[in-house]
Write a protein that binds this ligand. Structure first.
Ligand SMILES: N[C@@H]1[C@@H](O)[C@H](O)[C@@H](COP(=O)(O)O)O[C@@H]1O
Length: 299
């Protein structure tokens, strides 16, 4: 797993947006072979979406052959409610880019048969060949999508009752009134996210520092469902400095040094986007510990 640390939210957003852009371009999607992208909502991905819109406007990135699946949606909230995840996605991303609306998949929280809606969503993911890259955010309790503490790490798309902490956290979008926050949601499962060929998680802010520490310094634990990504072969976390506050200094230095080695000793051009070494040039100098840790980290 890779942990990329940037100084603040803006740098995190730029990094992850450039990463998504590069992955789509590298994949070279076509109508027959689209790039399948899993997407989150919340405040964490807003900067990512702003940058993706910018890339699109600059002519650097097209979403013509991109198929998206959103992680979750509230149950019972009208589709056009300003806080539905449907509204969120169109407002922040879809209406600004050239994506085919038929390629956008968002769970319908008002479906007559919610279980059937979830099963159909999973089926559709399979039909398009599975998710290539699933982007996620986390709640301060380490939940991914709406997989609240105690969710099965094998779970699939289903109806979930929200934890009190999540209702409280999300009340900021509902006039700070917890009574206005829906009590249930449809969400992809942890297993659904883990099936993606690659997973990238955005974690920013000191309020998520504890969850990040639980996710990467302790074992896989269904009380912090994002920790399941330890078992994923291609997982990436992009966080800001504030989110690292509960990590051991050693952990931070370790992940920073890996990025440093890739850039300065192996050479970024010899390393694939997912951190895989394509070519290993023998380093001419044996670096000191200081050289490992003395790091300029702009992308
Ligand atoms: N279901 C969503 C999650 O998918 C999201 O990751 C989380 C964090 O949101 P934010 O990025 O606003 O902190 O909020 C909700 O619970």
């Amino acid at each position: 797993m890779r942990l990329i640390i940037r100084s603040d939210y803006n740098e995190v957003s730029e990094y992850i947006a450039t990463y998504v852009k590069d992955r789509i371009i590298e994949f070279n999607p076509t109508h027959e072979r689209p790039f399948v992208l899993g997407l989150p909502t919340g405040s964490s991905p807003i900067g990512l979406y702003k940058n993706l819109v910018k890339f699109h406007r600059n002519g650097e990135l097209s979403f013509k052959h991109v198929v998206t699946f959103n992680m979750d949606e509230y149950v019972g909230l009208p589709r056009d409610h300003p806080e539905s995840y449907h509204s969120f996605m169109w407002h922040h991303l879809f209406k600004h880019i050239d994506i085919d609306p038929n390629n956008v998949n968002i769970l319908n929280g008002n479906a007559e048969d919610l279980s059937e809606e979830c099963a159909k969503f999973e089926e559709k993911m399979k039909e398009v060949g599975g998710v290539e890259l699933f982007i996620g955010g986390i709640g301060p309790d380490g939940h991914i999508a709406f997989n609240e503490p105690g969710s099965s790490l094998m779970s699939r798309t289903r109806v979930k009752t929200l934890a009190y902490d999540t209702i409280l956290a999300n009340s900021r979008f509902f006039d700070n009134d917890i009574n206005k926050v829906p009590r249930m949601a449809l969400t992809v499962g942890v297993g659904t996210v883990m099936d993606a060929r690659e997973v990238a998680i955005i974690i920013t802010g000191a309020h998520k520092a504890f969850a990040l520490a639980k996710c990467i310094e302790e074992g896989v634990n269904f009380m912090f469902t994002v920790s399941a990504i330890q078992l994923h072969p291609k997982a990436l976390i992009v966080c800001d400095e504030d989110a690292t506050l509960e990590l051991h200094v050693k952990t931070v230095k370790y992940f920073k040094s890996i990025e440093h080695v890739i850039k300065n000793l192996i050479g970024a051009e010899n390393v694939g986007l997912q951190g895989n070494v394509k070519k290993y040039p023998s380093p001419e100098v044996t670096p000191t510990r200081e050289a490992f840790y003395n790091l300029p980290f702009k992308r």
